[in-house]
Design a binder for this molecule. Structure first.
Ligand code: WTA
Length: 574
């Protein structure tokens, strides 16, 4: 089914007016001409995102509108953003941070978070944004693996991870945002240091291949992987924000994602600012009234969100949208999980606009497949590959499959924002390129006769809950630390609202009995240690779990159990 309303006057004015034509002409080199490079091909993404605009009329344009759920609001122009990020860069330099050092950010969505990521990049340090829902084990794994030198956090979050510092020998300094209490050794007040820091900082000229940030993401097995991106990514961020988000100077743009996730870092920070766009950041929980009033108050025009909040808005019902004037909206997009057709139909009805699905991953750095404003939407499809990106559906040997056949979604390596390494783990990096000539995404999909891509599923056991990517291994490792648990296996269980929920199958140690109370205790155990977003909503006790002869839990069988299906071939079982 096509929504023909999408093709209209609006589409003719889109930044990408003709998709087919753009694909024919597209050249990454042309994109570079729209960005600033220093001598010898050196560059700095932070210079391009902020400083560059201060040489034009945009210096007095609003760069960031920040709000929280308690009604606080701040605005910053590009000139103010430049001054602040210069000062933070000087502050970090004063603490001894050098090019290549890791500066991690464990912060709520405060202006300091956004500006510190930019400041770290200005200085050539590697930023590490961490989702503030993580608990001590989640934070310790990431700080430990990256050997972070500086951690910027708040006193409240610091309290949550108390006790991990002894396991982090590389961590030298903790900067506390909003800290008024006494400071311990190795701690400093962000505000006090900020006051002292000098004003001007010249963005460090970087080699395009120099690391920019590390975002940890999950695979099927093992600890989270540190996906490393580089300054050269800016080429992809800039042009995808222009063509897919369709950002223009008069827009007010809101990305609902936290910078602890790829969407928040790339499209809630760098991408829009590379285009000189005004963006909104909101620190608060999901709430239909808060969200809609934020759009109304700020006259948001372009909105990048995800299927789960859209489904929750849909479930909250029309009255919520009806109470607000949302006429400012002109373009809505979504990412992170399959976007179901009902949501698009509902959005047409309530906002008068379809939702444009986009597909990409932490590893791809930028949108790879998308629906463009000037292209008809096929409801339920992820859209078509970005110009300059070669996607395909392949089999296990790397042969391209014809339309209609489900296979592995793969991309031809070489786009500017492709991951450059898994931090200190070359073997896990190579896994992505195990099929010669391709970057293998881990998703399965098919392409139709018109070149539209359709998502089918994950080829591995990675869980996608509310658009958050969660590795079963991380949760299983925490579960087996619980005194009552002998074995644990974790799967994603289909859920109408959240896409998937986390379900744990648990075998208890002798002497422990299943009970609702124990389930609740186990949930709390995971929330407090790992993360408040990644705990098993559903728990099922079993006498024992299916394992291979080498002792690995067979999640395939757990999934079959959950669906009440036959478990399939059990010949490898213990
Ligand atoms: C899934 C988020 C269906 C997919 C930017 C992918 C999607 C993983 C879509 C990456 C979509 C992302 N439709 N599934 N439009 N977009 N995914 O790294 O499984 O957190 O591999 O990046 O989310 O998650 P990640």
């Amino acid at each position: 089914m096509q929504i023909s309303e999408v093709i209209g006057k609006k589409a003719l004015q889109a930044n990408l007016a003709d998709y087919e034509e753009a694909c024919r002409r597209f050249d990454w080199e042309d994109v570079c001409k729209e960005l600033t490079f220093f001598d010898n091909g050196q560059m700095n993404i932070a210079y391009n995102a902020i400083d560059r605009h201060c040489k034009t009329w945009r210096k007095d344009k609003t760069a960031l509108i920040w709000e929280d759920e308690d009604g606080h609001r701040k605005e910053f122009t590009f000139l103010e953003a430049r001054r602040i990020t210069d000062k933070i860069a000087n502050l970090l330099k004063g603490l001894g941070v050098q090019k290549g050092d890791r500066v991690f950010l464990y912060l709520p969505r405060l202006p300091e978070l956004y500006f510190s990521v930019i400041a770290a990049a200005k200085l050539g340090a590697i930023a590490g944004p961490l989702f503030s829902a993580f608990g001590p084990e989640g934070v310790r794994d990431r700080l430990g693996d990256s050997e972070a030198k500086v951690l910027i956090t708040t006193p409240e979050l610091q309290k949550r991870v108390e006790g991990i510092c002894k396991d982090l020998p590389a961590l030298e300094q903790i900067l506390l945002v909003g800290g008024r209490g006494p400071l311990g050794p190795g701690e400093a007040s962000f505000e006090a240091e900020f006051e002292k820091a000098s004003e001007l900082f010249r963005a460090e000229p970087m080699d395009p291949e120099d690391p920019l940030y590390i975002l940890y993401t999950s695979g099927t097995t093992g600890r989270p992987k540190g996906v490393v991106h580089v300054h050269n990514d800016m080429i992809s961020y800039y042009i995808t924000s222009r063509f897919v988000l369709d950002l223009r100077d008069e827009d007010v743009y809101w990305c609902t994602a936290d910078p602890g996730w790829a969407t928040g870092t790339v499209y809630g920070l760098f991408g829009p600012w590379l285009n000189g766009a005004t963006q909104v950041a909101y620190e608060g929980r999901f709430d239909p009234d808060q969200w809609h009033s934020l759009i109304e108050r700020n006259k948001v025009t372009v909105w990048y969100t995800a299927p789960t909040p859209l489904r929750l808005l849909m479930a909250a019902g029309e009255p919520y949208a009806g109470r607000y004037n949302l006429k400012s909206l002109r373009h809505i997009l979504s990412v992170g999980e399959p976007l179901n057709p009902e949501v698009i139909r509902w959005s047409m009805h309530v906002y008068g606009l379809p939702v444009h699905d986009t597909w990409w991953q932490t590893e791809t750095g930028s949108m790879m497949i998308a629906n463009y404003p000037a292209m008809p939407i096929k409801v339920g499809s992820m859209g078509k590959p970005f110009p300059g990106v070669a996607a395909a559906i392949i089999d296990i040997e790397g042969n391209e499959l014809p339309p209609g056949h489900t296979g592995f979604l793969a991309i031809k390596p070489g786009w500017p924002s492709m991951l450059r390494q898994i931090w200190r783990d070359p073997a896990r990096y190579r896994e992505y390129f195990r099929v010669r000539g391709w970057y293998v995404t881990g998703d399965t999909a098919y392409v139709d006769n018109d070149g539209y891509y359709w998502f089918v599923g994950r080829a591995d056991d990675v869980i996608n809950t509310s658009g958050h990517r969660v590795g079963p291994y991380e949760i299983e490792s925490v579960l087996v630390e619980h005194p009552a648990i002998a074995e644990a296996g974790v799967i994603g269980k289909p859920d109408p609202e959240r896409g998937q929920i986390i379900k744990a199958f648990i075998a208890l140690k002798n002497g422990f009995d299943p009970s609702e109370q124990l389930k609740e205790e186990i949930r709390r155990f995971v929330r407090e240690r790992l993360a408040t977003h990644a705990y098993p909503r559903e728990i099922e006790f079993r006498d024992s779990l299916p394992k291979t002869r080498s002792g690995k839990i067979i999640r395939r069988v757990l999934k079959a159990w959950d669906l009440g299906l036959p478990p399939g071939d059990l010949s490898v079982m213990e």
